[in-house]
Design a protein around this ligand. Sequence first.
Ligand code: ADP
Ligand code: MG
Length: 688
Amino acid sequence: MQHFSEKMLTYELMYTIISYRNKGDKMNLTDIKGLGPSGINNLKKVNILTCNDLLSYYPFRYNVLTRSNLDTLEQDEKIIMDGVVYSIPSIYFINRRMDKMTFKLNTGNRLLTVIIFNRAFLKNRLTLNTGVTLIGKYDKKHNTIVASDIRFMLLSGEPKIEPVYHSITGFSYKKISDLCFQILEKDEVVDFVPSYFVQKYHLMDKNVALKNVHNPLNIDNLKASVNRLKYEELFIFMLKMTYLKNKKGSICGIKRDISYDSVKEFMDNLPFKLTVDQIVSVQQIYEDMVSEKAMNRLVQGDVGSGKTIVAICAMYINYLSGYQSAMMAPTEILAIQHYETVKKIFAKYDIKVEIITGKTKMSEKRKIYTALVNGDINIIIGTHALITEKIEYKNLGLVITDEQHRFGVHQRGNLKNKGITPDILYMSATPIPRTYALTVYGDMDVSNIKTMPNGRKMVQTFLKSDKEMKDVLMMMYSQLRENHQIYVVAPLIEDSEKSDFESINDLYEKMNRAFGHKYKIGILHGKLKNNEKEAIMNDFKNNDIQILVATTVIEVGVDVSNATMIVIFDAYRFGLSTLHQLRGRVGRNDLQSYCLLVSNRETKRLNVLVETNDGFKISEEDFLIRGSGDLFGIKQSGDMVFKLSDLRKDYKLLLKAKEDSELFLKENLISQEDSKFKELMKQCVNLD
Ligand code: ADP
Ligand code: MG
């Protein structure tokens, strides 16, 4: 995950620059009135070290206090009401921990009873005719407010908006917003939106926006202010991404002199007809490869969408122009699978393909190394050892990596070979939402394969509850009878959680009881040694095992085309994208395949899988439901955490920020900017 840390570093540095600049000659936390050493210490605990940190400690929510209309309010509806205390509060101690206070409130035209628990300590302040605002539930039947909060200020006609912050010891919400106000009164905050865009969009002053966010006056202003700050946040982020992308794109690569006709001829001679998306992807790759820029492209598409053949076309282009290709898979099993595919496709050509795995004997390895240096091998396939081990190539022109292993700048440097920068192609079977792609993959070009090869039957998906176990077993049996194989997935293996769901061993036992007399059942989990795992996978591949009970370690991308069913237990424990990935293990030929999701919970969410097989759509849904958190198997890294923006909602703003950052860098608008921005960009440039 080098790539992420690289981005993270630069992003954090940018923030450091920003906070540094904001600190500079300006206000420090110690300069704030009403903030002593213990307050500063408490702020430190939530990572607020500078005034700027405090200003960007944004409220995560607002309470909008609008006086309720008693006539339209229903029983038990939320109520916000102001008035004056009309009767001296009486207190009743329910027990040592709990008290109940009651008084009458005069709202101007009505008298209401107020009940509030555990606020006996306020009694002395609630003298007759004191103005208060009550927030709570309206018990219409009894003309009573059951209050959850009481405030000593009256609502004016305007709705009052109160910022709500994540709590800080010793600080009320009010205090945080007061401190921010104080800073903003004295300090001029640095605005990183170029003045060109500030003018173009008539953006409000940043100080004003920050004031509105911490002390909002009305909703329209607040919205505009939040948007303005979001825009800046996204702009800075996209500027960095665009910068990185341009930088990678400007690396001089190999300018190949190959006609598209020769590529087309190759495609026409493949054992099957490529899908439109596959052809478009190959075209895009071709354009990249004949241009003088180094390719940095991602091909994303569902499992089984046919990415491998696209990669093979790239290898062919590379071969025609006289260069060597390296293809890397995340596991040995996959490397072997790719090797077999590639060899078969290139059998008619004078192309030498080799593979290096952990099992390759040293003597054999040496031979391969020599052949690579001499240029006797055209294509080498293996795991990531291909780049980490210092293998030398005669003229490495293309590196393909399967499943999201990405290179950092340094690793890329390793790939350089005698001054040549190879083209790079990534393949990912984890389609991700558009927004997310712009940020995670913002520094790459992306090709999408959205359709499955023709003739492929859609995997049929069924949702079953634990009570329908008999059904599930029957459906499994009918596949076994056809001589087909089945994956059974259990979520976790820790015994501690066993009470919660079926552990893999339980599941194994269960399968054994049901089918053990007739069929062979294997078990695969993360605690097995590599060679044990491989032995079991091989048995499954050879149909020596009919049911494979596994945790999610089922190798990504493993292709056992005779497996026509996957049964996933406690499916609610998985994200939709993960389930979709797992489902991709089956349906890998023209047999009808099935996916059974066994779950007693969250069936509504899981229904998305029953309804669609489109990985892009599913990832969008997953994203909307769960956010980017632990989606897509990509750990959320520091650089993806936006303080204000929510990629689920701010897609349009993100697009705008992207366009603007591109324009900004292209038109070299920097030169028109004041020194602060030049400095920021200079820091960017120096970073990599
Ligand atoms: P993935 O995108 O998961 O890497 P693969 O490249 O392994 O998918 O393709 C899955 C299967 O589909 C392979 O057996 C491959 O030969 C086959 N395939 C790929 N493209 C086509 C096509 N256009 N028509 C028919 N079969 C195809
Ligand atoms: Mg693949």
